[in-house]
Design a protein around this ligand. Sequence first.
Ligand code: UTP
Length: 463
Amino acid sequence: MHSMLANARSILDKYGQQHLLKFYEELDGRQQEALLSQILETDFELITRLYNGLAAGSHDRKLPSDLKPLKSFDWSGCSEEEKKRHFDTGMKAIKDGRVAAVLVAGGQGTRLGYDGPKGTFKLDIPSGKSLFQIQCERLAKLSRDAGSVIPWYIMTSQENNRDTVEFFEANNFFGYPREDMFFFIQDSLPVVDEQGKILLSDKGRISSGPNGNGGCFAALEKSGALRDMERRGVEWIFLYGVDNALIRVADPAFVGFTINSKMPASSKVVKKARPEEKVAVFCYCDGKPYLIEYSELPEELMYKRDEKGDLVFADGSIAIHLFRRDFIEKYALSGLPYHIAHKKIPHVDSCGNHVKPEKPNAYKFEMFMFDIFAYLPDLVAFRVAREEEFAPVKNAEGEDSPATAKALLLGLHKKWLLEAGVPEKLLEGREVEISPLTSYAGEGLDVGEIIKKLETAGKRVVL
Ligand code: UTP
């Protein structure tokens, strides 16, 4: 312990962070050891470089110049025959064990304000299923249809790993084969105040947070997940976030289309609802695929239309990507730029009092997964129907909230039932949900059985 303390002191002296030991003498032995370990594991060099870069303005994203449109492939415009060809390619790849799903679930979900990992959040739908369970059952259904289990890699953070794993354990992993699930933890970074001093969240604990969803690439490598994929013969990585209630995990159409297009990567997009919609859009920047933030898109490009009257920069990202594994392997440790967020972070002040700031008081540094595109020679933007595939749960209320996600999910299931031939009057006044174990994307609904069930069902039904 003595040598740990001496080491910690000399590191803190070097980086001007001595205040982290200010309350050391007040801690009990266990707390002291925990704090020293945290200090010894912290990358002070990185955090100093990031803060100094901030002060020097080097994190300000240079406004991109040479912007060209990236034309998306519109799935809805594809013939039935072509759709089947791509779908069959994807199913074959899944059957052969060449596709893995990677979920990034290390975020803090501050906007939702829910106490717990966001994936454990239960939607107010008839089944009351959590976001994790919905995804798990979609994977299970697809695995069953393909005849091979899709390996599922779940990234958590230091903050939510235990709660996440315990949630799955308590639910018996929703029946998913445990040997095909792999939990791994992304790196964390300390939070600094406006003077570059690392904050304490408690007298004996450094305030830190996950290093952004872009931390997934290094974490996949360092955790051994990429090696596990190699051992299994995985060639394609389906990468997605935790909070889309309509996510088609490992979507065979998307996988098959990408394989047939011979591209190293692809990304799902939806058509922008209006030119000013606050969504990042795909384009080329200096000849490379690039996701441009809505705030960076010059006005003349935002409103630019082609000869048919369609917006030229029209494809909004929904953060669903597919990458060839060898590509990720090659660049996993190459590093991505850090983005800065100025946030309100509760902490312990120099007198030892807990402070809940009213205005932003600290900086967090995060990597974003889309920055990996800079390493790509090219990419396909795969346009899908927003109402079929995108129901984000971001905010507690209003836009992109549990209420809008519920309405989108039940609205889509109603559409599937009507298309399958279920009479509308049987659906009126009811909330009818289709289990992912019954249907992945609206296929295979047994109308006779469904009508029989609905004739005697209550107001909230799960089929
Ligand atoms: P968001 O950008 O919505 O962030 O994450 P968040 O932390 O979940 O929510 P807010 O902004 O605090 O409200 C998009 C996806 O990236 C994951 C999230 O879990 C989500 O699936 N993510 C985000 C990580 O895995 N790690 C991170 O460090 C940040």
